[in-house]
Design a protein around this ligand. Structure first.
Ligand code: HEM
Length: 380
């Protein structure tokens, strides 16, 4: 039986994430090539620290971060997408294309259209087939690399090694690699991207997060946050949850009914029916969240200053019931650690903000055109 992704323990997760945020050179290679989140954003921040200068696509940076992070955590590999040169990862590109084309299938007017294209190997279906082939080859490469480097039997530190120690089926292992990339990469970067858009519109929330973290960690403390400190930051926890209420990374999700069934409210669902739950719509329903449902208000999650979790069926951002997200805790810890390290260090302003983000079709919410921001060293 494989343990869920939090097997390494939250404090281990934090230290692995911390390496990606600020470290130079974990393997003794060229420090420039291993620059991470803070050095990368510093390179875009205004040198005098007193005005905003060039803009950078924060969504792209977060996608690179979460790709490096999930590869390290799940496969013990480091693709180095956060290097200062912002290298293009073949794996990430093929993966993005396959996700985009799969999502476009779901919104096509009739499944007949893509089925005909697939049959004749035409247009988007031809491209999808090629992208899937690349993803498969690259995922198989990850497994081969681990076998050749002999890390499987000695190290169980990453998830893939754990699977490889007990499972010999290469197709199964390949699908594990792909599932974890899909589940853990774009979701976290999407959550962070929307959070920074909301923060840019709500400086009051930034101020309160800073005040809370200064109280817990000390104003001048530049060390990475510790897990015990993170647990004390109820306002930050509330702000991250509130952000995903309004902008859930998985905006909607469908299931197909295997047998005739009846929903708890008495609705009959025939076998084969597609049933969709919609966290994006639910997060904006007055009936569920009250009259102020469209406001970004972390306080709604606090009772006497303490974060209060809500029923996952009211807030199905991570699904609910037996198929709830296995990486939920890790994802929230990752988001809080990254957000905090940037909020404490930089002032980040979305360029041309005012309009809400517009999303591109995809399996996870992706802002069309990215999230251009200006960065400067923190002023207050
Ligand atoms: C903010 C970040 C995340 C969000 C919003 C999120 C959301 C979700 C949702 C909605 C599902 C259900 C999908 C479905 O039933 O079709 C799911 C499943 C899953 N997630 Fe996450 N996820 C996040 C991050 C992660 C991370 C970082 C990992 C791994 C390290 C992960 C691993 C998984 C796995 C393995 C499943 C499948 C569980 C199963 O089917 O039993 N997730 N996630």
């Amino acid at each position: 039986m494989i343990s869920p992704p939090s097997f390494a323990g939250e404090s281990t997760t934090i230290s692995a994430i911390g390496t990606l945020i600020s470290s130079g050179n974990p393997h003794g290679d060229n420090p420039r090539s291993r620059s991470r989140l803070i050095p990368l954003l510093s390179s875009f921040a205004d040198v005098n620290g007193n005005r905003f200068s060039q803009s950078v696509d924060l969504q792209d940076i977060f996608r690179r971060f979460s790709f490096d992070s999930i590869c390290r955590f799940s496969f013990g590999l480091d693709p180095g997408c956060l290097s200062l040169s912002l290298p293009v990862s073949e794996f990430a590109l093929a993966f993005d294309l396959a996700s985009k084309l799969s999502a476009e299938r779901a919104i096509s007017t009739s499944p007949l259209v893509w089925k005909i294209k697939r049959f004749f190997n035409l247009g988007s279906e031809k491209k999808l087939k090629e992208a899937i082939k690349s993803v498969h080859e690259l995922a198989e490469g990850v497994i081969r690399h681990k076998r050749e480097n002999g890390v499987v039997s000695s190290s169980h530190e990453d998830l893939l090694s754990r699977f490889m120690a007990t499972i010999n089926d290469d197709v199964f292992l390949r699908d594990i690699v792909i599932s974890f990339l899909l589940a853990g990469r774009d979701t976290v970067s999407s959550g962070l991207t929307s959070f920074f858009w909301l923060l840019s519109e709500n400086p009051r929330v930034v101020r309160l997060i800073r005040e809370e973290s200064d109280r817990v960690m000390g104003r001048e403390n530049e060390k990475p946050v510790e897990f015990s400190q993170l647990r004390e930051m109820h306002y930050l926890q509330a702000a991250v949850h509130e952000s995903m209420r309004l902008f859930p990374p998985v905006q909607f999700d469908s299931k197909f009914c295997e047998e005739d069934d009846v929903l708890p409210d008495g609705t009959f669902v025939a076998r084969g029916t597609r049933v969709t739950y919609h966290p994006y719509a639910m997060g904006r329903m007055e009936r569920i969240w009250g009259e102020d449902c469209l406001e970004f208000k972390p306080e709604r999650w606090l009772q006497n200053g303490v974060f209060k979790q809500v029923n996952p069926f009211k807030y199905p951002v991570f699904q609910a019931g037996p198929r709830v997200c296995l990486g939920k805790e890790m994802a929230v810890v990752e988001m809080k650690t990254v957000a905090l390290s940037l909020i404490r260090r930089f002032d980040i302003q979305v360029s041309g903000s005012g309009q809400g983000p517009k999303f591109a079709p995809g399996l996870t919410a992706t802002v069309r055109g990215g999230l251009p921001v200006f960065v400067r060293e923190r002023m207050e």
